[in-house]
Design a protein. Structure first.
Length: 336
């Protein structure tokens, strides 16, 4: 296992290096000049040229990349072109907000998706199974931005059940320790602040969870149906064990392996969907931050945000691979 993990970690290096090269190159193909955006369209040409030279934009792109990568290896993601603030400093607070949203969305997706999949498999071909199948098809085909706007209008604007934006009410303030609003409110010992943060999190997290919920439900159903037909499950039924025990202790654990694979792969979908969700709900995370940086041609922010997102994605997939051996003892990783 140790040798396998070491090989996988080494294999991550060329992947992240390739991502950095692609992002660094593609961001510079976006029409527009960041210096013009920063100084304004009425800026004098000589001022624009002077700032471009100061920022190194006049040099060949490979020289700019080497310099940027050297700073990245030292933990420096550069300085925002527009705000002139360190990218790493703002990234920490933005990343905490996105992780909080993504984790909440994944938990909701796991709870509802796996639950629906199990019930559909147990009640195969019943009206419950048919309703769940239709719901899965609707969920897969429904654009997240459309659903976000509909639910925001229905539950936040029209009915005012949930707040439409932000992580906390405007008049409330929290002492930031970790950047995670739920944790910081708990550290303050104020349950009303914690509940307020949860209330702001529910709607955007549910909307984001719909990107993984249908896939998890469909995968759980098909995997459970396959496992329920196995001989050892029939034997457990024949011994007179309760149906709940057979399903939860014998069938579900063996059906989880493909579901875990989907969870790891869908993390990228959650990070991508977070951009739209955060933009619509004004959630101050990496998605909204990156979106605004793209519009303003803020190269360092876009490069840093994409590189960090790619790192999170590949690391989580590595953890998913490692977890296989713990979920299914039959799997053993061997060094070549």
């Amino acid at each position: 296992m140790t040798q396998y993990i070491a090989r996988r970690v080494i294999a991550l290096i060329p992947v992240l290096l390739g991502v950095s090269i692609i992002v660094f190159s593609l961001i510079r193909m976006i029409p527009g000049d960041p210096v013009t955006v920063m100084l304004g369209e009425r800026a004098r040409p000589e001022d624009i040229e002077r700032v471009r030279i100061e920022m190194g934009f006049d040099r060949p792109i490979y020289e700019q990349y080497v310099e940027w990568m050297g700073r990245v290896l030292r933990g420096d993601l550069g300085t925002s072109i527009i705000n002139r603030t360190p990218v790493m400093g703002e990234l920490k607070s933005r990343l905490a907000a996105t992780i909080e949203l993504v984790v909440a969305a994944m938990l909701i997706g796991l709870f509802i998706g796996i639950g629906v999949g199990i019930i559909s498999a147990i009640r195969q071909n019943s009206w419950i199974d048919l309703t769940a199948t239709v719901g899965v098809l609707l969920g897969v085909s429904m654009p997240i931005y459309w659903l976000a706007l509909i639910l925001m209008y229905a539950l936040a604007v029209n009915r005012q059940i949930f707040p439409p934006s932000a992580r906390l009410d405007v008049h409330l303030d929290v002492t930031r320790h970790t950047g995670f609003m739920l944790i910081d409110t708990l550290l303050m010992g104020d349950m009303s602040l914690f509940l307020n943060a949860v209330w702001h999190l529910i709607l955007p997290a549910f909307v984001l969870s719909t990107t993984v919920m249908p896939i998890l439900a469909r995968m759980t159903r098909s995997s459970m149906l396959e496992v329920l037909r196995q001989d050892y499950v029939r034997t457990a039924d024949a011994k007179g064990l309760r149906r709940r025990t057979v399903v939860m202790q014998h069938a579900l654990k063996n059906a989880l392996l493909p579901v875990i694979t989907v969870v790891g792969l869908q993390l990228g979908g959650l990070l991508g969907g977070a951009l739209l969700t955060e933009t619509i709900f004004s959630w101050p995370g990496m998605g909204l931050w990156t979106y605004r940086a793209i519009l303003s041609r803020d190269y360092p922010i876009v490069q840093g945000a994409v590189l960090v997102s790619a790192t999170i994605y590949v690391v989580v997939n590595l953890l998913v691979d490692i977890s296989y051996a713990y979920v299914d003892p039959r799997i053993r990783y061997q060094s070549k």
